[in-house]
Design a protein around this ligand. Structure first.
Ligand code: BTN
Length: 243
């Protein structure tokens, strides 16, 4: 575990370490991030000592197209760790948001370096809003995000939660390597707040509507548009109505 007071982004620091041959399982954790990154070029609010901002380096023997499995695995591990440490039940919105009452509690940013047939490394970056009060959050972020402090009314030990997340991640990763992806996939489905809902999908080339009916063995979301079933590997999904 490499610990920092501040970095620009733990994903950037992890990428640098991975290129310098850091071992699988290396964790970069920082009290603060100057330029925390979210998906699709967004930023990530990372105030000092108020959250868990970390990235882990994996070198799985998956094919590059199987990389989304890592994001789903991380989402399951974090969901279980949050429940174990705080008793809070959260939901997973495909592919990478952990939500509580529709507000974002955790974001996951998975990045990889690969060739056509092999992954050199995968960085899974996770941001957990732990002890951020409502006053600490800029108003625009407060509209869409929450924290464990805001949910439970009490401070949560970031060290205990990080230790539990790493434990759950390790368990899930070894489980996948030994027995395949099916157990994690089943758990992901159990915690999903996306499946069964009507959704709007903004993918690379198009925006469309449909019902999220399943995810396949590669972690792709299957959307029934009424005319056909579309397989979505990357994109943004917003949930439009209850089941
Ligand atoms: C998202 O939901 O858009 C993903 C957010 C991921 C944020 C985490 S914080 C630790 C790691 N370092 C970063 O720069 N981003 C990820």
């Amino acid at each position: 575990i490499k610990y920092y007071k501040t970095v620009d982004s733990t994903n950037n620091a992890a990428k640098k370490a991975a290129l310098e041959d850091a071992a699988e399982g290396t964790v970069i954790v920082s009290e603060a991030q100057g330029s925390g990154r979210g998906r699709i070029g967004r930023g990530w609010f990372s105030p000092s000592q108020k959250g868990i901002w970390f990235s882990i380096i994996l070198r799985p023997q998956f094919l590059p197209q199987e990389a989304p499995k890592c994001t789903l695995m991380a989402a399951v591990a974090i969901t279980k760790a949050i429940s174990a440490i705080t008793g809070v039940t959260v939901g997973i919105k495909w592919p990478n948001d952990i939500l509580y009452n529709g507000k974002k509690l955790v974001g996951i940013l998975t990045e990889m370096n690969a060739e056509m047939d092999r992954i050199n490394y995968i960085i899974i970056g996770m941001g957990v809003n732990v002890n951020i009060s409502e006053q600490d959050m800029p108003a625009d972020i407060g509209q869409i995000a929450t924290s464990l402090l805001q949910i439970t009314g009490a401070k949560v030990s970031r060290a205990s939660l990080l230790a539990q997340i790493l434990l759950e991640l390790e368990r899930a990763y070894y489980d996948i390597k030994q027995y395949g992806f099916s157990t994690i996939l089943a758990e992901w489905k159990k915690y999903s707040v996306t499946l069964g809902n009507n959704v709007k999908v903004i993918s690379v080339n198009e925006t469309f509507y449909g019902k999220a009916i399943d995810i396949d063995d590669y972690g792709a979301l299957l959307i029934d548009t009424g005319k056909k079933v579309v397989r979505v590997l990357a994109g943004d999904v917003s949930i439009r109505s209850a089941k």
